[in-house]
Design a protein around this ligand. Structure first.
Ligand code: HEM
Length: 571
């Protein structure tokens, strides 16, 4: 199958350590015009003294004092700095570049500040690891139920329904406990050989065959962001439902529906006027009608897949799954190792609607996230040829003439793994995590949080803060310590590195995602020299993940080294 250039264009996308741990540094006392914010030293426990000139905070011509005052008076949030947010800034950030504006305000207002969004509404923005740890660990924690998902559940409900990615409390706990075991070790190993490696090799074959990929005398750019979005949709479809979207080859109404629904979730997350909360308006606004039709198609397809799978699972398989569970073994169906099959065989299906929503949660949560992680890792490698050379040398040494990485290869691809981790530090997906306080609380550092407060944990800010990381803007895969040490996580960095969140609501697919990303990159780096098309501007925009503004156009030239090693084996 010949891939045309348009094959790798975005559909309506979603365009539509250990090792030396970074230390906290003293904060600089600063003042900004009339708004005097004084932050004192922050110690390693994240405690700080702070004060704010309440009368003047936020009082510029465009961010009038009354707005700030109301915010501060409301429920007595007086000990938290208020960002000097002008209406234009807020308009911009609601349009999609939210996390970049949050970074600017962190530099002005410190690691915990209030962002006024209306006369009596605000976000509490957290860019401090200790405060983030406190909130994340207190989310849906039965011992300390202080926070819930809040706004994110509201904007995604139309798609996720009662899925466990957005539900809370007991409903979430029960479903997470049922679904998480499906991603067990044997399943992940099977995914490498059955799904991750073959899908990446398929993409490589398309790039080899595609004159648009840069192998002809007239090299043409390939949009690798679009290619990764298609690859990860194919992967997650097979892994969760045993369903082949064939997104790398075809364009179907179902694929369009997935992109439409994702885009709508992203748009809702940044809508200034959440008119979609009004059912009457949803019924007449064309965008909402389109989104509703898309969700219906996705749900109908999922329901049909569940029905089909149920028909395949017999009593014998249920007994085998139950016996495996009793013996503490990991059950897997050799013919269909998908999450869906596991859940039905393990009788964890509850009712079909709940199962449908849980599976859709995994589909959505596991698609653009991994696609974006791959996009930015490749971008950073292409921008840092010295790191690219190390990664390719590792891939050559580990894989030799094998096109498809094995589980042993995956374990040995430690530098590639660090490249993925470092890329998720610089470009975390999503860049902010939303929460809402169920009860009044006090954050480390003494910041008072009122009941009902919407909270944004800016993972982007934490990951790029000079107070948290040395040379935060640099791409340094080596920064996490020796390659034979553990992979960085929120645990071994004390919440300084949280690309998969942390606490009870931590990503359930983190190991899946790392394997998929490392395996996909290994296949591509082994077979291609990938370079950026010159003179393109790679801007950032966001919805659920960080996207490029215009795509990531690259040349993919077949590597001589890979060709040689294949030839060596052939002789
Ligand atoms: C690089 C790829 C990925 C990244 C960066 C990522 C990141 C995250 C983050 C930050 C959260 C927590 C959100 C929060 O605290 O509000 C999360 C939750 C979740 N992720 Fe991932 N994820 C990735 C891949 C995946 C994959 C491949 C799957 C499925 C196989 C998946 C399934 C989920 C689910 C179901 C949740 C909700 C868990 C719950 O609420 O209990 N993710 N992910």
């Amino acid at each position: 199958m010949q891939a045309s250039r348009s094959t790798f264009q975005h559909r309506s996308r979603a365009d539509g350590c250990p090792g030396p741990l970074p230390r906290c540094r003293p904060r600089v006392q600063r003042s900004r015009g009339r708004n005097c914010v004084v932050l004192n030293a922050i110690d390693d426990e994240g405690t700080s003294g702070k004060s704010i000139d309440a009368a003047g905070a936020g009082a510029t011509w465009s961010s009038p004092g009354w707005l700030t005052q109301l915010n501060m008076l409301w429920s007595g949030k007086g000990n938290i700095p208020v960002a000097d947010a002008k209406p234009d800034d807020i308009k911009d950030l609601l349009g999609g570049a939210l996390f970049q504006a949050l970074y600017k305000w962190m530099q002005e207002s410190g690691p915990v500040y209030l962002l006024p969004t209306g006369p009596v509404s605000s976000f509490l923005v957290i860019s401090d690891p200790a405060a983030a740890k406190h909130v994340l660990r207190g989310t849906d924690n039965p011992q300390r139920p202080l926070y819930g998902k809040g706004l994110v559940a509201e904007v995604a409900q139309f798609l996720f329904g009662d899925g466990f990615a957005i539900s809370g409390g007991d409903a979430w706990r029960v479903r997470r406990k049922a679904v998480a075991p499906s991603l067990h070790r044997a399943y992940l190993e099977t995914m490498i050989s059955r799904v991750f490696a073959p899908s990446a090799v398929f993409l490589a074959d398309k790039l080899h065959a595609d004159p648009a990929a840069g192998n002809s005398t007239q090299p043409q750019p390939v949009n690798m962001e679009a290619a990764f979005s298609q690859l990860t949709l194919d992967v997650i479809g097979k892994a969760v439902f045993n369903y082949d979207f064939n997104a790398l080859t075809t364009d179907s109404p179902l694929i369009q529906a997935v992109y439409t629904a994702l885009k709508e979730t992203e748009t809702r997350a940044t809508d200034l006027l959440p008119y979609w909360k009004v059912p009457f308006l949803c019924a007449i606004v064309p965008r909402q009608r389109k989104a509703a039709a898309a969700v219906q198609l996705i749900r109908d397809t999922t329901t049909a897949l569940i029905k089909q799978c149920k028909a395949m699972v017999d009593e014998e398989e249920i007994a085998a799954a139950s016996a495996a569970s009793a013996e503490g073994k990991e059950y897997i169906n050799a013919a269909d190792p998908s999450v869906l099959r596991f859940l039905i065989a393990a009788r964890e299906e509850v009712d079909s609607t709940q199962l449908r929503d849980d599976l859709l949660s995994m589909l959505v949560a596991g698609h653009e996230t991994t696609g974006s992680a791959l996009t930015w890792t490749l971008y950073l490698l292409a921008q840092n040829p010295d790191k690219m050379a190390i990664a390719q040398a590792e891939v050559d040494a580990v894989m030799g003439a094998r096109r498809s990485p094995t589980i042993a290869d995956y374990m040995a691809l430690r530098y590639v793994m660090r490249c993925v981790c470092e890329s998720m530090r610089l470009y975390p997906h999503p860049p902010v995590l939303l929460r809402r306080a169920f009860a009044a609380d006090t954050l480390p550092g003494g910041y008072k949080v009122v009941k009902g407060q919407d909270v944004m944990i800016s993972v982007y800010n934490i990951h790029r803060s000079k107070a948290v990381w040395d040379s935060p803007e640099a791409f340094l895969p080596e920064r996490f310590g020796p390659l034979d040490g553990p992979v960085p996580s929120e645990q071994n960095t004390d919440f300084r590195y949280i690309p998969f969140s942390g606490g009870p609501r931590k990503c359930v697919g983190d190991q899946f995602a790392l394997m998929e990303a490392v395996v996909s990159l290994a296949v591509l780096l082994r077979e291609f020299d990938l370079s950026l098309v010159p003179n393109q501007t790679i801007g950032m925009t966001t919805g659920a993940t960080i996207h490029t503004t215009n795509g990531l156009y690259m040349y993919a030239r077949a590597r001589i080294a890979a060709a040689k090693s294949v030839a060596l084996v052939a002789t």
